[in-house]
Structure formats: C-alpha cells, structure tokens
Write a protein that binds this ligand. Structure first.
Ligand code: NDP
Length: 251
C-alpha cells in the first residue's frame, strides 16, 4: 500500500510487537533502537517483518532523547522511503525506580528527555512529512505510548509519571491542532505488560501488585499491538487515551 511508519524503541518488548503489527498492516517500517546490544535484535526483527509481511524495513540506531539524533532518524527514514510519513509511533521509554529525595537530577532529566522530550522532537520533525499529504480521506496518525502511571501516581516514579502525563497533554493538544489537516493523535496507556521493563523490578512486589489487577494477570505485548491496530483503523478517534490495563485503572 506504500505507506510508511516510524517507531521509536522498536527493538524489544512492546515496541517489537508494535513494529510487527505495523508490518502486518502493510506499512514499511522504520525500526529505531538505542543500545549496541539491541542491533542484532532489531536486524532480526526487520528480517522477520520483511519475510512475513512483504513490506520494506529500515533499522536506525538513534538515542531519541537527543534532538540531533531524532533529526538523524527522520532524515534516514525520508532518504529511504521518501518525504511521506503516514504513521509515527513514539514508544521509547525508560524508568528509574527511586525515591524523590535520593534521585539524581541527571537521572530524572534522562527520563523526561527519553519519555517526553523525544515525543515532542519526533512529532515536530515528522509532522512536516505528514501535513504535505494528509487530509480527511488519507489520514496520518501519531500514536504515543503513555502509561497508567500517567493517569494515576506511582510511588518512586515521579519522573516517569510526570513524563507520561505530559505525553497525554501533548497528544490532546496536537490532536486539536492537526485535526482539520487529517492527522489523528492518540495515546496508548498500558497497564502492567510483561517485558524487560517489568522483568527488571522486584518480582515478589510485582506479583503482589499483579494480584490486585481486576482481570487477575499481567498483560501481554499483543494486548498493546491490538490497541495500535484499533487506533490506526478508527478514523473518528483523535485525542483519546486507550488503556489496556485489565481494569487496573478505571477512569
Ligand atoms: P523495554 O524496556 O522492554 O523496551 C524499551 C525500548 O525503548 C527498547 O526498544 C529500547 O531500545 C528503547 N529505548 C529506550 N531508551 C531509548 C532512547 N533513548 N532512544 C531510542 N530507544 C530507546 O520497555 P517496554 O517495551 O516495556 O516499554 C515500551 C513503552 O511502553 C515505554 O514507553 C514504557 O514506558 C511503556 N509502558 C510499559 C509498561 C510495561 O508494563 N512494560 C507499562 C506502561 C507503559 P534498546 O533496546 O536499544 O535499549
């Protein structure tokens, strides 16, 4: 169908599932990663998407907490697929787990830069390649990954919650600003999903918390990929937060 998508933090976890979903839906996919250790994973994912779905892929290393590296990512995407971006998925994210007295300013600045500033940078850089061809009949989409932490508070995650709430505000404002130009902006706010991010925390505490989820279990990356598919197909949906969370947060 000759449509192009960029996903930040596509190498692992939720991002990997979202990249696969983009391929399945027929998009050429630009997969971004940051760590050298994730290069092989990203290359393998790109091969899998090409073989399964017969679309094209591009793998780009960039630390999206830096504006210049976001610019590099977008320039590489445009060089490869032309000046037409149909979908941007801002997904890259990190956590600290630290009380707010002991946390170092550099640590919370990194969380804000990765989980919020990168979403502004990427949207700012990609929107010119959306407005040049979007309209009511051919919509473009930005899909931003927030978190239930952006809708509630989480102990020892003040920086993460601040960033994830910011993502919701950013998305609502961009949704309003670009609605008439055929660009929809929505948010996926996952509850607990089993990825490296959760594997890194104390497992006893995690399972105690999981027992409080009304549906009774930790979610899977496929639950988030399903939300992405819904958002991309839901032409009358903009400025909304979709939160697959097993009932963990009821709005
Ligand atoms: P993972 O830790 O499994 O994966 C994180 C991804 O983000 C990796 O692809 C990583 O790349 C990438 N990344 C991190 N920092 C940067 C950066 N500076 N530049 C480019 N890429 C970067 O996390 P999840 O899959 O669990 O999380 C994905 C998103 O979902 C995040 O925004 C997270 O906050 C959110 N989320 C997750 C929840 C969960 O329970 N898992 C719950 C709610 C929200 P690399 O491999 O190169 O390190």
């Amino acid at each position: 169908m000759n449509q192009n998508a960029i996903i930040t933090g596509g190498s692992r976890g939720i991002g990997r599932a979202l990249a696969l979903k983009l391929g399945e839906l027929g998009y050429n996919v630009v997969i971004n990663y940051r760590s050298d250790s994730s290069k092989a994973l990203s290359d393998e994912l790109a091969r899998e998407i090409e073989e399964k779905y017969h679309v094209q892929t591009l793998v780009v290393k960039a630390d999206v907490s830096s504006f210049e590296q976001c610019r590099h990512l977008v320039e590489e995407a445009v060089k490869r697929f032309g000046d037409k971006v149909d979908v941007l998925v801002n997904n890259a994210g990190i956590t600290n787990n630290c009380n707010f007295i002991d946390i170092k300013p550099e640590a919370y600045e990194k969380v804000i830069a990765t989980n919020l500033m990168s979403f502004l940078h990427m949207s700012h850089l990609v929107l010119p390649y959306m407005v040049n061809h979007s309209d009511k009949d051919h919509q473009c989409c930005i899909v931003n990954t927030s978190s239930v932490g952006g809708m509630t508070g989480v102990i020892n995650q003040a920086d993460y919650c601040a960033a994830k709430s910011g993502v919701i505000g950013l998305s609502r404002a961009l949704a309003l600003e670009f609605a008439k130009r055929g660009i929809r902006v929505n948010v996926i706010a996952p509850g607990m999903i089993m990825t490296d991010m959760l594997r890194g925390v104390n497992q006893d505490e995690l399972h105690a918390l999981a027992a409080t989820i009304p549906e009774g279990y930790i979610g899977d990356v496929e639950d988030i990929a399903g939300a992405l598919e819904y958002i991309l197909k839901a032409s009358y949906l903009t400025g909304q937060v979709i939160s697959p969370n097993g009932g963990f947060v009821l709005q």
